[in-house]
Design a protein around this ligand. Sequence first.
Ligand code: HPA
Length: 266
Amino acid sequence: MRNSEKKAEIAIIGGTGLEEFVKDAETIRLGTPYGVSPQIFTTMLHGRKVAFLPRHGVHHAIPPHKINFRANIYALYSLGVKRILATNAVGAINPKFKPADLAVPHDLIDFTKFRKHTFYDDAPVTHIDFSQPYCPQIRHLLIENAKKLYPHVQTRAVIVCTEGPRFETPAEIEMFRRLGCDVVGMTSSPEAVLARELEMCYATICYVSNMAAGIQKELSTKEVHTIAEQVMPILQKILIETVRVLPQKRDCPCAKALTQARFGNK
Ligand code: HPA
């Protein structure tokens, strides 16, 4: 494949059920310093080259704690991607959130344990500012488009990311509730921070598939699947519309994330 054909401007990282981005798409796997990426699909949406990366693999075979987040984000970076729109399934901790709601998180708490969470293990020592973990420009557009297309949109949410693959205990969820978390998932971290470390914009729109452990009686992947099937067509529309209206110019701090992140500034 020639270099010019490999380029993409925007990426969508999602779970299964976003077939629109896969049909008629070219597929590639890229080698990175962190390992080989899973299959990435590239396609044109509204005249823009978009890369779609299913983070669990095409057949949903990669569990959350085994996702190679660094290879995924680095592969998109090397394709030239500057903006990432993500989706995640989440359980609701906040009782005001309900199954089949959409939520656009504004903040994140990382409770993962064993993940490679940075590109900067060596010099130059790099401390990325994460005061605004999600790109404000993309968040705004996701919220606007979601509200136009769907009645149940939570426009702010603190998301907590757990290691998985098991669901949480009721006591863990009660602790997260007291910490101010609204939703819980297993895939939001370190995806968002790795994107910021490479100065890529990143925001996510989540769908609530269940009330979290202890709030409803028991949890099953079946209900995650059922809600996913229900909301995916609308989520797909929201993502495509967001790609359509995303201005070329990045009007956010993400693009300059490394400027103030290093001692001596380099
Ligand atoms: N916990 C963690 N991850 C999830 C959940 C949950 O309740 N629902 C969907 N993904």
